[in-house]
Design a protein around this ligand. Structure first.
Ligand code: CA
Length: 239
């Protein structure tokens, strides 16, 4: 799980917009500002990492265009995720079909928005992603009492051991580490087995089903593992 410390150097409500189309950047910036956010705009991929490095604090979220002059959005997403894991990332892409490919690349973005988009939609998605990442960074606020005991390979719901198998534990662990992020079955298989040639995607479904059943026994009224139709699964304690 991420720790509250990981969020200490974040600039609350600040969004970095990385977008080479000035009109789009300006429109998004205006809407964000109108909704109480501050934003900074960069229009070249090469400027992003130096800008983030040079600041005493990081923006809470980066809106990252995929196609940029200089360093591309894919590379930037990976770098930001690795170096500043607490910074949320929403990728902007020109085509819906791109999203499937991006999910397959396992970049670690928190969400994807397809162009053309309405600035209102962007603000709504920014809010949703920030709500999720803030909730994930402070488990003490009561948003989730599901705890991973990583050394003991156990998961505890309100202190009660769920009795997970090793595979179920690994599944839950990878999803809980990135709340709200959608994982494809293929990605989950990579985390479950060293060599997943021996298993099918249906195997993932069956493990997820058992995992959900065990969580449901502890919390009949709450759903934390959600299916995303046609894509895969995500861990999301609240909608
Ligand atoms: Ca672009």
């Amino acid at each position: 799980m991420s720790t509250p410390d990981a969020h200490q150097d974040l600039d609350q409500d600040q969004v970095l917009i990385v977008e080479d189309e000035p009109k789009i950047a300006r429109l998004v910036a205006d809407y964000l500002q109108g909704s109480g956010f501050t934003s900074h705009h960069l229009d070249h991929g090469d400027a992003v990492l130096p800008w983030l490095e040079d600041r005493p604090t990081r923006p809470e979220l980066v809106l990252l265009d995929l196609m940029l002059p200089g360093t591309d959005g894919l590379t930037l997403c990976r770098e930001i995720r690795q170096r500043w894991p607490a910074v949320a990332i929403i990728m902007l892409t020109a085509r819906v079909e791109e999203v499937d490919r991006l999910l397959g690349l396992e970049l670690g973005a928190d969400d994807y928005i397809c162009k053309p988009f309405s600035p209102r939609e962007v603000v709504a998605r920014v809010r949703a992603v920030l709500r999720r990442s803030r909730a994930a960074s402070s488990p003490a606020d009561g948003s989730s009492d599901l705890i991973l005991d990583e050394e003991g390979w156990r998961a505890l719901a309100d202190g009660r051991d769920l009795g997970l198998t090793a595979v179920e534990f690994k599944l839950l662990k990878v999803m809980m580490h990135s709340p709200g992020r959608i994982f494809t079955r293929e990605q989950l298989m990579d985390h479950m087995y060293r060599d997943h040639r021996i298993v099918s995607e249906r195997t993932v479904d069956s493990h997820v089903k058992k995992l959900r059943r065990k969580i449901a026994e502890a919390w009949p009224e709450r759903e934390v593992i959600r299916s995303v139709y046609g894509v895969g699964y995500k861990y999301q304690p609240e909608e």
